[in-house]
Design a protein around this ligand. Structure first.
Ligand code: GRF
Length: 182
């Protein structure tokens, strides 16, 4: 099975790294941030990278890249910009997915891990969801639960969450692509 995806990043790219290591065929990586460390991961793996600081231009170029590389799914992996309604509506509903570090609908938006710790919830987790016009409001595809420990700091909890993300995101992407191709 040939899994063709495009990935949008803004930062470290640990999820991108896991996706590549899990054998998913990443055709292109786009970042809004020219200093995103994830771009180095892509380059090391001979994946074409593109950087566009301006969101409108980024969206126009991503639309072209999707056609050019014939990708089946656009994967947001730590992409910190909010895609425009026009861009989202220009693609079929099930073609953009995101990973979020909480059990949605709890703690949408930025700083979800700190928000969960501050609130004092006993469990948090990871959500994979389709991207719609809202912020972290699209249909939930899969979730994993994680207990919060007494001694969790934002950093410790983030590390534990990311271990789950790295596994769950790749499994979900493969599952979705198999469904699309069948
Ligand atoms: C992930 O924890 C993801 O949940 C959130 O942004 C973070 C990106 O991390 N959306 P990385 O760049 O993949 O390391």
């Amino acid at each position: 099975m040939n899994y063709n995806i495009g990935v949008l990043i803004s930062g470290i790219g640990s999820n991108l790294n896991a996706i590549i290591n899990n054998g998913i065929n990443v055709k292109f990586v786009v970042s809004n941030n020219p200093n995103a460390l994830g771009l180095l991961i892509a380059k090391k793996n001979d994946i074409p990278v593109y950087t566009f600081k301006n969101l409108l231009i980024l969206e126009e170029e991503v639309s072209k890249l999707i056609v050019h590389y014939n990708t089946d799914l656009l994967v947001l992996a730590g992409f910190m910009k909010i895609l425009s309604c026009e861009f989202i509506r220009s693609l079929p509903y099930n073609s953009i997915i995101n990973v979020h570090p909480s059990l949605l609908p709890a703690f949408q938006g930025k700083n979800a891990i700190i928000k969960a710790l501050d609130y004092g919830v006993k469990y948090t987790g990871v959500t994979i969801h389709y991207v719609d016009e809202g912020v972290d409001t699209g249909i939930i595809i899969d979730q994993a639960i994680l207990p919060i420990n007494e001694d969790d700091t934002p950093k410790i909890l983030q590390d534990r969450i990311q271990v789950i993300e790295h596994n769950l995101y790749s499994l979900t992407i493969k599952r979705l692509l198999e469904k699309k191709k069948s």
